[in-house]
Design a binder for this molecule. Structure first.
Ligand code: VGL
Ligand code: ZN
Length: 224
């Protein structure tokens, strides 16, 4: 195959730029609910914690997100008669995957993992608090209309590049990264600082969609 037939879905790997004062680490949903024993446990979810703790000092700017649902949230299967977790439902804004009740406001399941060691973190964005709308992305709710305010916060602070990590790769991490890139941030996902749910090929699909949008895929070892 000649060099001119490069597959646009798999662009050549780019060199990872070193984080600077206009960069932020975005730590998505590292909560007990997504770790072993949590209500929506992601396989090996807690394994991201030591990786994130190791890379944390490379960042002056750190933002965390926290999935933060009221009891009876529309994304919970238990809110839909006859539906089971991991089935889907049609909500006003589109098709919603139904989840086990998870990350209910004020519960241990919703707490950030206590072993996260990011003392310089500046902001915690809570999302998914509107009873009828889910929010995988840290920027915009699933209705694709309601902003969380994070874009305004980052732009007012002059942040232009984001390194995204956390849980889960194929839902909240991917949706956050895709919105970030669309909103003009140079966006990187730190693969070994994420873990996935992987429903019906959702992980492969997420990486493909992110690559097609020009989002960088990198490893924590590439940070100086
Ligand atoms: C998430 C499903 C439901 C996530 C949150 O953090 O990826 N996934 N709520
Ligand atoms: Zn959720």
């Amino acid at each position: 195959m000649s060099a001119s037939t490069a597959d646009p879905a798999s662009p050549p790997p780019r060199t990872v730029p070193p984080p600077d004062e206009r960069s932020a680490l975005v730590v998505v949903d590292v909560q007990y609910g997504f770790c072993t024993g949590g209500h929506l446990a992601v396989p090996d979810g807690e394994a991201v914690v030591p990786v994130i703790n190791r890379i944390g000092p490379a960042f002056v700017n750190v933002v965390l997100t926290q999935d933060w649902h009221p009891a009876g949230h529309a994304s919970f299967a238990s809110s839909h008669a006859g539906r089971q977790p991991f089935q889907t439902a049609e909500l006003g804004y589109g098709t919603q995957v139904l989840w086990p009740d998870h990350c209910v406001q004020g519960t241990h399941d919703a707490a950030l993992h206590a072993d996260l060691d990011l003392p310089q973190a500046q902001l915690i964005v809570r999302k998914g608090f509107h009873p009828g709308v889910d929010s995988y992305s840290a920027f915009q709710e699933a209705d694709r209309r309601t902003p969380t305010g994070l874009d305004g916060y980052l732009k007012q602070r002059g942040i232009t590049r984001l390194y995204v990590c956390g849980l889960a790769t194929d839902f909240c991490v991917a949706w956050t990264a895709l919105d970030a890139q669309r909103l003009g941030y140079d966006t990187w996902v730190i693969e070994d600082a994420t873990r996935a749910i992987d429903l019906d090929g959702s992980l492969a699909n997420a990486w493909e969609t992110m690559a097609a949008q020009g989002i960088g895929r990198m490893q924590s070892s590439e940070l100086a």
